[in-house]
Design a protein around this ligand. Structure first.
Ligand SMILES: [Zn+2]
Length: 264
């Protein structure tokens, strides 16, 4: 579905009420059609593509134990998924991307992401544009293999600085997630507008702070939550959790880990 084409059409029809209404109706219809197509697609392709992904990608055997004692109030095993809602899948330093998670990875203007969030992102991008804010996706889905390459590159860079291999790996984990432990493995995380550290000074960031939740997205690594997320503030990284969850998380002021903990 070409959202940009529809955006342009809408721009051109500004002021012509009838035409505009027709375009909105067409958009709603297309979004509904996409949702149905997505559901059908998942029936056909979901399990197969998940199998292919886990078969073709080598799993990291190091450090899977993570922080076993963290969250000791719970009797659940470390790394176990706290929610059965696919939109709330938890992937972080101690929760590996679940092998049985059924993804629907698709191409979207040169990036890969889960097709189920396209109608939401498309609507958000369009609403932002109306307010004069441009949103674009720098990267979204990364396979385990791609994550492995990123991680190993970081380890090599650290070794080149003279660190031992153990120290180089440890240092690498502070900036790059280990393969299987990156939220980008889910296809539900988006890095927006070029991954710039000063993105929080932009109008786009301010707009997202106000509106992203309505479209189902949360700022995944907020300032002040570093001790819980184990990731530094990333103003560009947004995670799809669905509008209902996103609004609740936003209202609570919690990060995803806290929200999932209290929802138990
Ligand atoms: Zn990211």
């Amino acid at each position: 579905m070409d959202f940009r084409f529809l955006d342009d059409e809408q721009e051109n029809s500004r002021g012509r009420g009838k035409m505009r209404k027709r375009m909105v109706a067409a958009l709603v219809f297309l979004a509904a059609a996409a949702a149905v197509a997505g559901a059908v697609y998942s029936e056909v392709r979901g399990p197969a593509s998940a199998q292919a992904a886990s078969a073709s990608e080598s799993r990291s055997s190091s450090g899977a134990a993570g922080t076993a004692s963290q969250g000791s109030a719970s009797s659940r095993a470390a790394g176990e998924q706290p929610s059965s809602d696919w939109r709330l899948v938890l992937v972080n330093g101690s929760h590996e991307f679940p092998e049985n998670f059924q993804q629907q990875i698709t191409d979207y203007y040169g990036v890969k992401l889960d097709s189920r969030l396209i109608p939401y992102y498309g609507a958000m991008k369009k609403a932002a544009a109306k307010d004069g804010v441009t949103l674009w996706i720098s990267s979204a889905y990364r396979s385990r293999t791609e994550q492995k390459a990123l991680f190993e590159k970081e380890v090599r860079a650290n070794r080149a600085k003279g660190l031992s291999s153990a120290a180089a790996e440890q240092a690498a984990q502070k900036t790059v997630a280990r393969p299987g432990y990156s939220e980008h493995n889910t296809g539900l995380a988006l890095d927006l507008n070029g991954v710039k550290p000063d993105f929080d000074k932009t109008a786009a960031y301010a707009w997202l702070q106000e509106h992203a939740a309505a479209y189902g997205f949360i700022l995944r690594f907020p300032k002040g939550k570093e001790a819980i997320t184990q990731v530094s503030f990333e103003p560009w990284h947004y995670r799809f959790v669905g509008p209902e969850n996103a609004e609740k998380i936003k209202a609570s002021g919690m990060c995803l880990e806290e929200y999932l903990q209290q929802a138990r």
